[in-house]
Design a protein around this ligand. Structure first.
Ligand code: PLP
Length: 375
């Protein structure tokens, strides 16, 4: 039996999402921009899916734009800065590469950049306040960290930025990469007062290649490449309607009874943490973290321990799964938050999904116990 615990990297497409994908691909295959009947039907379907997802997320549908994934949503926002006179961008040291990789590009174009430490996993309002300058144009702090699950104090950070804005009558765009927050912690972009946020379909049992961009005030946003004018000119290119329908189905499943599901995940996390602690492993995830992510340090190098898990049918990650492409990303994030290098090199991430079963949890705990003395 495969015991899949790498859900922060990707989740399995749900049956309902798969069905929705194939239904829409079969029945609504017209181009939503065409003005004939098939196009108009596809357009109606697109509008319906957008409204349904926006309702589930508690945001106006006019603030929701579909993209090919969170990486593209992030790129749309950050690349739009290149249109404007260079200023300063502030991010945290624990951002995903999809955000962090923009810093050298911006510097090349004359931008000043600053990366805030995230001591113990959290960005502090004091540090953010100290970094704000009159030429700051964008602050990007993720809502939930993908390696440790740390839930960032976004509300307080937004408040800090808004207070600073008032002092000097300037506008700063507050962006939050919210991929690991949607459906996994209590989260509302509207309530937080952020200006933009990125989301990904494949982290909530939806398909790959579909993501979302939330824009509080879309009219103020000018993308670098509007192309064919789709998505009200915010994201050109023919809409991936089957994937959007699948995302709606996945969101309906994942976001319904969310509090109950999150509580269940928290219960399971506590069981896993107990097993890890009884083996003498250090927990890296802070107390205030996502119930779906557990980061810990075993007694062996990450690669060795994850290989031993894998040999026993348990699939976890040696950091951020994206680190397998961008080498060492998970470790970089851990070092960025002040984890000791020897602890970071032994870090393993176990991540849960709402489709994780009790049998999988039992199987995982049995394997953790079996490897208890591995060193
Ligand atoms: N941001 C975070 C925090 C992530 O965990 C990921 C995926 O690993 C991404 C961004 C990129 O998402 P996508 O695969 O939709 O581009």
């Amino acid at each position: 039996m495969d015991l899949y615990f790498d859900n922060a990297a990707t989740t399995k497409l749900s049956e309902r999402a798969l069905q929705a994908y194939s239904d829409t691909a079969r029945l609504f295959w017209g181009n939503p921009s065409s003005v004939h009947r098939l196009g108009l039907e596809a357009r109606r379907k697109l509008d319906e899916e957008r409204s349904a997802i926006a309702r589930l997320m508690g945001i106006p549908s006019s603030s929701l734009f579909f993209t090919s994934g969170a990486t593209e949503s992030i790129a749309a926002v950050i690349s739009s800065l290149l249109f404007t006179t260079p200023g300063k961008i502030i991010i945290s040291r624990i951002e995903h590469e999809a955000v962090a990789s923009w810093l050298p590009v911006l510097r090349q174009h004359g931008w000043k950049t600053e990366e805030l430490r995230a001591k113990g996993g959290f960005v502090s309002a004091e540090e953010l306040r100290a970094a704000l300058t009159p030429d700051t144009k964008l602050v990007a702090i993720m809502a939930v960290n993908n390696v440790t699950g740390a839930i960032e104090p976004i509300e307080e950070l937004v408040r800090t930025v808004r207070e600073y804005e008032k002092e000097g009558r300037r506008r700063i765009f507050f962006f939050s990469d919210s991929v690991q927050a949607l459906g996994k912690v209590e989260y509302s972009p509207e309530k937080l007062g952020i200006d933009g946020a990125s989301f990904s379909g494949h982290k909530i049992n939806g398909p790959r290649g579909i993501g979302m961009l939330y824009l509080r005030n879309p009219s103020a946003f000018r993308p670098l490449a509007p192309a064919g004018g789709q998505e009200k000119g915010k994201r050109g290119g023919t809409e991936n309607l089957p994937a959007i329908s699948a995302l709606r189905a996945a969101a309906e499943e994942w976001l319904s009874d969310q509090a109950e599901k999150n509580a269940k995940a928290a219960e399971r996390k506590a069981m896993i943490v107990e097993a890890l602690r009884s083996c003498g492993y250090d927990l890296i995830s802070p107390e205030h973290s996502s119930p779906y992510i557990i980061s810990f340090s075993s007694l062996l190098p990450s690669e060795v321990y994850t290989r031993m898990l894998s040999d026993r049918g348990v699939y976890a990650s040696s950091g951020s799964a994206c680190s397998n492409n961008a080498k060492g990303e998970g470790e970089k994030i851990l070092l960025g938050m002040g984890v000791r290098p020897d602890t970071a090199s032994r870090a393993v991430r176990i991540s849960l999904s709402n489709s994780t079963t009790d049998e999988e949890i039992e199987g995982l705990i049995a394997v953790i116990n079996e490897l208890r003395d591995a060193r």
